[in-house]
Design a protein around this ligand. Structure first.
Ligand code: SAH
Ligand code: F3S
Length: 511
């Protein structure tokens, strides 16, 4: 299990948008990128590109998934409208907001430790407002506000429009809280400010909440009901980004395959729509096509796909457009049908493997990654072996692997015992990681000798004479800089690799 340091020191503000799935914290391991998801993602100071020096100073720190980083951009935008400026310096801030994550227990522990550290600051500066946003808000509002008195303000994921008023309330001496979850809010009309990205790739939130109720997962409780955002507002955001020089957008949702816009409001099945609504409804496949048509130079990614909902129509749309990246993150969680049933995932091992075959049929060159949980309630040795054999069968390019951690309120917490001993969870996780490391290396070795198209994201971390970028399959490629720059598409011949990085030479300089 990776442990991350907590910090009071200043962190680099680079919100390095270099990883796809929806969560960052305490991943056991990731065979994913050359830039491992370092601890700076555990709580990152986010700042606006241009500042209003006279405004009140906001220190905004984001934890957890990409959805949270994307939400932080919405928060910054809403507060900038009210004259706030952002700061990277805790000590000069008037308002400190932590955008929190509740997906596993460790994630919550880190935020608690951080809040205790911030208490010291508050002692020296009683006017300081400290607030908690995001997924821990609903769950721990009473604890934070009343019992432990750690914060002045608590705002849930659907309450960000109320933030300016909540801050004013605190300034008049009250504790302020709004954790109401909405059936409609998608912040469709808020143009998020881009907080210190690389200027090349950005996230666009296309839906909020989740209705799936996987038995281990706290998200449906913390983020509420699923709702899809108006496609016109998504397209506008993508077009604006392209015009501003961005070359890649990642469409974000907990279950993008269930995206369905029929006019607004909570999720409905297509068949439950009126004929009028059906005629105008936009599903995920249609949305993908529309975004892909903005410009062939704009790459499209998305996350997260759901094995129970991913249709051939989506795969066909991906195959039809070369600018829709050939990469799918398809969380399996377990290779055992009986565990999947206890997890309430809505598919069996066979059904999952059928989706893998469909991906390979439509796009033989598609990279596939996954999420795996080791040691879910009641997991037997045989069920664990099923996960290993499934991994062998699929041969994932990358994986995010976690030990099961019981979350309050979830179906699993109510129905099952968290009965796999810690050492056993840990041993199983290690076996899963070892197997994945082999596969990641094998998948990268398959690229040797090939020419790949790389979208350059910036300078390599290791040398300013080298650039780094990604292939359509999300593989990180490092190559000599020559005259190329961020935002260029470069043909690179791969000559060597590690399990995380491909190394090559641009072909125009090979003669
Ligand atoms: N919407 C995504 C996942 C969101 S949570 C999906 O469809 O799968 C991100 C990942 O965290 C999950 O895929 C799961 O692997 C892991 N996770 C969620 N709850 C967990 C828990 N209680 N313990 C351990 N891992 C968990
Ligand atoms: Fe969680 Fe399952 Fe939704 S993992 S986010 S309940 S798809």
């Amino acid at each position: 299990m990776r442990h991350f340091v907590t910090f009071l020191t200043q962190r680099p503000n680079i919100l390095n948008l270099d990883s796809l799935p929806l969560y960052f914290e305490e991943q056991a391991h990731m065979n994913h990128t050359q830039e491992p998801l370092d601890e700076s993602r555990q709580g990152e100071a986010l700042v606006l590109p241009s500042e209003n020096p006279s405004g009140k100073k906001l220190y905004l720190e984001s934890y957890g998934c990409q959805m949270n980083f994307s939400d932080s951009e919405i928060v910054a935008s809403l507060l900038a409208e009210k004259g706030f400026s952002t700061t990277r310096n805790l000590y000069e801030s008037d308002v400190i907001l932590l955008n929190t994550c509740a997906i596993r227990e460790n994630a919550e522990q880190r935020v608690r430790t951080r809040l205790r550290e911030l208490q010291h600051l508050k002692k020296g500066k009683p006017s300081l407002v400290v607030g908690v946003l995001g997924c821990m808000a609903e769950r721990l509002k009473d604890k934070f506000l009343e019992e432990e008195k750690l914060v002045d303000l608590v705002a849930g994921p659907d309450a960000y429009r109320a933030l300016p008023d909540l801050i004013t309330e605190v300034e008049t001496g009250q504790k302020a809280v709004n954790v109401i979850l909405s059936l409609e809010e998608t912040y469709a009309d808020v143009s998020p400010v881009r907080l210190t990205g690389n200027g090349i790739s950005a996230f666009i939130s296309i839906m909020r909440g989740c209705d799936n109720m996987c038995s281990f997962c706290v998200v449906p409780f913390t983020r509420g009901r699923e709702r899809s955002r108006d496609p016109e507002s998504i397209l506008k955001e993508a077009r604006d980004l392209f015009e501003a020089g961005y070359r890649e957008v990642t469409l974000l949702g907990q279950n993008v395959d269930s995206y369905l816009f029929y006019g607004g409001g909570p999720k409905k099945e297509f068949k439950a729509l009126s004929p009028e609504e059906q005629a105008h409804a936009v599903n995920f496949a249609k949305l993908l096509r529309k975004v892909a048509e903005i410009d062939p130079q704009l790459r499209i990614r998305f996350t997260t796909s759901n094995p129970g909902d991913m249709t051939d129509e989506v795969l066909q749309a991906m195959a039809d457009y070369s600018n829709i990246c050939k990469y799918i993150h398809l969380p399996v969680q377990s290779g055992s049908s009986s565990v999947l049933d206890r997890m309430n995932r809505g598919y069996t091992r066979e059904q999952y493997l059928d989706r893998i075959s469909a991906i390979r049929k439509y796009m033989p060159d598609c990279a596939i990654s996954t999420d795996i949980i080791a040691g879910f309630c009641g997991e037997t040795e045989e069920e664990h072996q099923d996960t290993l054999t499934l991994m062998q069968q699929v041969g994932y390019d990358y994986a995010y692997m976690f030990e099961y951690s019981e979350r309050p309120k979830t179906l699993a917490a109510r129905k099952f015992k968290d009965d796999v001993p810690a050492e056993l969870k840990n041993r199983r996780l290690k076996e899963i990681i070892a197997l994945q490391t082999e596969w990641s290396k094998k998948r990268n070795e398959e690229e040797l000798g090939k020419v790949v198209e790389v979208l350059v994201e910036g300078l390599s971390k290791k040398s300013d004479q080298e650039l780094f970028g990604r292939t359509s399959q999300y593989k990180v490629v490092v190559f000599p800089k020559h005259n190329f720059k961020a935002g260029d598409y470069v043909q690179v011949k791969i000559h060597s690799c590690t399990s995380a990085t491909l190394i090559g030479t641009p072909i125009d300089s090979m003669e």
